[in-house]
Design a protein around this ligand. Structure first.
Ligand SMILES: NC(=O)c1ccc[n+]([C@@H]2O[C@H](COP(=O)([O-])OP(=O)(O)OC[C@H]3O[C@@H](n4cnc5c(N)ncnc54)[C@H](OP(=O)(O)O)[C@@H]3O)[C@@H](O)[C@H]2O)c1
Length: 207
């Protein structure tokens, strides 16, 4: 897997269209797994404060031969850290754990708590160059339209569950209308619905 194609976000930043997520990978295993992913050719890494493995992701990035500027690093602010001050403090903590001086993409993990305040902290870090792109996750169209309309910065990404069995065409249309890049989580349908052996999908794959 080399030269993964990119999409251009609404602020001009390029994001690989395929990435490696580390949800449910323990801190103990995570470093080796991420090193292997980078060696395989993945360049987008997706972690979160809630996954409790940011430090291991950072260690793998340091140990890897892949240059920092060639990696697109994403983390997510946990809803327990919503609110301006708490989000800000959590961002400093993420930078420290990830052992980087900038993060490529930071998103509010859920539309819970004072995510408006949290988003203002993201905007501040973005203006200061500590984050290259900001966004949200699991935001339904009503929440996304509200934030896109009233915040200073239209989110660059909305990471939502989406796969062949749950394509979300309406939500996708609205994201497109507002210039927000849809990013799928659970793109392999978490292996459910016979995803890897589904006869229709297999026949499409063969073609
Ligand atoms: N923003 C959010 O709220 C949110 C939520 C969920 C995930 N995410 C992000 O999205 C990433 C991907 O999501 P995901 O891990 O939940 O779902 P996924 O990528 O759709 O599915 C992963 C699961 O699919 C199965 N699988 C993968 N490759 C397989 C293969 N070759 N053969 C058989 N089974 C295979 C495995 O199941 P088994 O473990 O059962 O073998 C694996 O745990 C996460 O790591 C995380 O970064 C974000």
């Amino acid at each position: 897997m080399t030269n993964i194609p990119t999409v251009t976000l609404n602020n001009g930043v390029k994001m690989p269209i395929e990435g490696f997520g580390v949800y449910q990978i323990s801190n103990r295993e995570c470093k080796q797994v991420v090193l292997k992913a980078l060696e395989t050719g993945y360049r987008l890494l997706d972690t979160a404060q809630a996954y409790q493995n940011e430090r291991a992701v950072g260690e793998a990035m340091i140990e890897s031969d892949v240059k920092r500027e060639d990696i697109f690093l994403t983390t997510k602010v946990d809803f327990t850290n919503s609110g301006y001050e708490q989000t800000k403090a959590s961002l400093y903590e993420s930078l420290e754990k990830l052992q980087v001086d900038y993060i490529d993409l930071v998103i509010m993990h859920q539309a819970y708590g004072d995510y408006y305040g949290g988003y203002r902290a993201l905007e501040e870090f973005y203006r200061e160059g500590k984050i290259r792109a900001i966004g949200v996750s699991n935001f339904f169209p009503d929440r996304l339209i509200d934030l896109s309309t009233f915040a200073d910065t239209v989110p660059m990404v909305n990471q939502v569950e989406s796969h062949v069995f749950y394509q979300q065409p309406e939500a996708r249309k609205i994201m497109k209308q507002y210039g927000v890049q849809m990013e799928s989580w659970g793109p392999l349908a978490e292996g459910k619905n016979n995803f890897f052996h589904h006869p229709v999908l297999l026949s499409i794959g063969e073609k």
